[in-house]
Design a protein around this ligand. Structure first.
Ligand SMILES: Cc1cc2nc3c(=O)[nH]c(=O)nc-3n(C[C@H](O)[C@H](O)[C@H](O)COP(=O)(O)OP(=O)(O)OC[C@H]3O[C@@H](n4cnc5c(N)ncnc54)[C@H](O)[C@@H]3O)c2cc1C
Length: 313
């Protein structure tokens, strides 16, 4: 694709809003309003980073030098319903076509209200559609991969890419989509009784509220749940996927703190922060927890939270 002459307003030394609410800002941040402006962002910095709701991000205190791109313009947040599956009309199925910057939680609520099943299990997960896809967001009530029909994106050479569900390498909290810039997503939802969906969503939200410190500032779970490579008494059998929170708890880390960051008493995989915390506090706490878990059980915890650091991809 030929280079565009479109220019885009750039904000200098801009804060990067994240759910942690700690850490540095962006040397440069753009909020493209059109696809041409998004292409201009790629021209300016092919290594630009895409910001969703910042619900799974920790930004280093020194901030980041790459261009940060926030897809919050109407072109990237629009939601449209298409009847049936493309090529095979089916009145029980609805294709929801959403911009990658659209709010997942707004979509969950709207779809339940309209009697469209598929998203209700993702209640309470803060995300844009793009962020949810990249992370394959989900939990015990389902994951977004289950309802993806297809995804549209730009690659780093400005090429448009369309991927069907079968072409995407979804796994547990993984999608293989990280190097793309997701722009649109089609979700396949089924017609259902809104009352049933409402009660399901209520159940999901109640479970989250009782097991997780939802009101505190964090990025949700810091670590992916590990799969045991050997049987460990009190934790599980070989090949079991067990809760990272359980492992962190059993390693004696519940309540551990560094500066303004601590391991939650309610859910040991959440590391909530105080107002005066720094990203360095969170990083030091993660390193200490990783060390203790490895020393106690020989389990290398894999981070789910993404660290944005100057000069590090
Ligand atoms: C209170 C709380 C509870 C949570 N509970 C859960 C849970 O139950 N299950 C779960 O899976 N997660 C949970 N999370 C984590 C978080 O909600 C998910 O990881 C979510 O998918 C992050 O989406 P986001 O839009 O905020 O992405 P961000 O955090 O902004 O970004 C995450 C990654 O996605 C990339 N990205 C974002 N948008 C795009 C795009 N359009 N194109 C390309 N790349 C993009 C970013 O560059 C980054 O690498 C929780 C977080 C919090 C704060």
């Amino acid at each position: 694709m030929a280079s565009t002459m479109t220019t885009i307003p750039i904000e200098r030394d801009a804060p990067i809003p994240t759910w942690f609410g700690v850490g540095g800002g962006a040397d440069a941040l753009a909020r493209p309003r059109t696809e041409a402006e998004l292409l201009a962002c790629l021209d300016m910095d092919p290594a630009c980073r895409i910001l969703g709701e910042g619900a799974n991000l920790l930004v280093h205190d020194a901030g980041v030098s790459e261009l940060i791109v926030s897809l919050e313009g109407p072109v990237f947040t629009a939601v449209e319903q298409l009847p049936g599956c493309e090529g095979e009309p089916d009145s029980e199925t609805v294709i929801m076509c959403t911009g990658a910057g659209a709010s997942l939680q707004k979509l969950v609520i709207d779809s339940v209200r309209q009697g469209l099943a598929g998203l209700e299990g993702l209640g309470g997960i803060p995300a844009t559609l793009g962020g949810a896809l990249v992370m394959n967001a989900g939990g015990s009530f389902g994951q977004i991969a289950d309802i993806v029909h297809s995804v549209e994106a730009l690659d780093r050479t400005r090429r448009k890419v369309t991927l069907a569900r079968a072409d995407i390498d979804f796994g547990y909290r993984r999608s293989g989509l990280n190097d793309l810039i997701l722009t649109t997503c089609k979700l396949e939802l089924r017609r259902a009784d809104p009352a049933v969906l409402r009660s399901r969503l209520k159940e999901v939200m109640a479970t989250k509220a009782t097991t997780q410190p939802m009101g505190e500032k964090s990025a949700g779970c810091c670590y992916k749940n590990p799969t045991l490579t050997r049987t460990i008494e009190g934790l599980g059998d070989k090949d079991d996927r067990i809760g990272a929170g359980l492992v962190i708890d059993r390693a004696g880390c519940k309540g551990l703190s560094v500066g303004g960051a601590r391991v939650s008493d309610r859910h040991a995989n959440f590391f909530p922060v105080a107002k005066d915390a720094s990203a360095a506090d969170v990083i030091a706490l993660m390193e200490e927890v990783e060390r203790r878990v490895f020393d106690r059980f020989g389990i290398p915890l894999e981070r789910e939270v993404i660290l944005w650091q100057r000069g590090c991809p």
